[in-house]
Design a protein around this ligand. Structure first.
Ligand code: ITT
Length: 195
């Protein structure tokens, strides 16, 4: 089976992506690969940050690696928090504080349009490949649901009336940015000889 390291410290991302890939590939987390590293994300685009994460772990291990960077782009906030989504309310990367700040900044705002965007960077046999996934939706006025992570309690994808936090992982994956980018990754990997 093709083995590939997922360069992330976010277990929620791992669970969601494994639900898409099933047992077609051996996706190994950094923890499982014995890597304890907080990879810097210093750039102003999702793409550059994704590349930085994947390259860092590829150089360290010499193995095939992928990473992803995701942002929530809110129309009325000119695309913010975007690439700053993880640290919107400060360096503590506190999911709840980020949500509270977002709802506050959108208070009284009628335009609730937003989208999640994921960029996956794959380093496969030394060559870099990028895959994108977008999920359009809107921001609620209050938190809804207990599941998921990050901004899930305040995001309703187009085509549903529930927030991501009110869905199971499989339900979220029917709509999500990450599932769409992952499907493109899977399509590419399935066509490659074992690495
Ligand atoms: P890495 O180790 O993979 O970098 P991270 O949590 O730092 O994990 P990002 O840099 O991609 O991930 O941060 C994006 C932030 O956006 C993340 O911390 C969440 O707050 C939020 N986010 C990302 N994907 C999300 C999703 O599917 N649903 C809700 N919020 C999400």
């Amino acid at each position: 089976m093709k083995r590939i390291i997922f360069a992330t410290n976010n277990q929620h991302k791992v669970d969601e992506i494994r639900a898409v890939t099933g047992n077609r590939f051996a996706i190994v987390t950094m923890k499982e690969a014995g890597i304890d590293l907080d990879i810097p994300e210093p750039h102003e685009t999702l793409q550059e940050n994704a590349i930085e994460k994947a390259l860092t772990i590829n150089r360290l291990t010499g193995e095939n690696v992928f990473s992803e960077d995701t942002g929530l782009e809110v129309t009325a906030l000119n695309g913010e928090p975007g690439v700053h989504s993880a640290r919107y309310a400060g360096d503590g990367r506190d999911f709840h504080a980020n949500v509270v700040k977002l709802l506050k900044n959108l208070q009284g705002c009628k335009d609730r349009r937003a989208r999640f965007r994921t960029v996956i960077c794959l380093i496969w046999n030394g060559t870099q490949h990028l895959f994108e996934g977008i999920c359009e939706g809107q921001i609620t006025t209050e938190e809804r649901g207990e599941g998921g992570f990050g901004y899930d309690p305040v995001f309703i994808p187009d085509g549903d009336s529930r927030s991501f936090a009110e869905m199971t992982t499989d339900e979220k994956n029917r709509y999500s940015h990450r599932a769409k980018a992952t499907a493109r990754l899977v399509h590419f990997l399935a066509a490659q000889p074992a690495g």
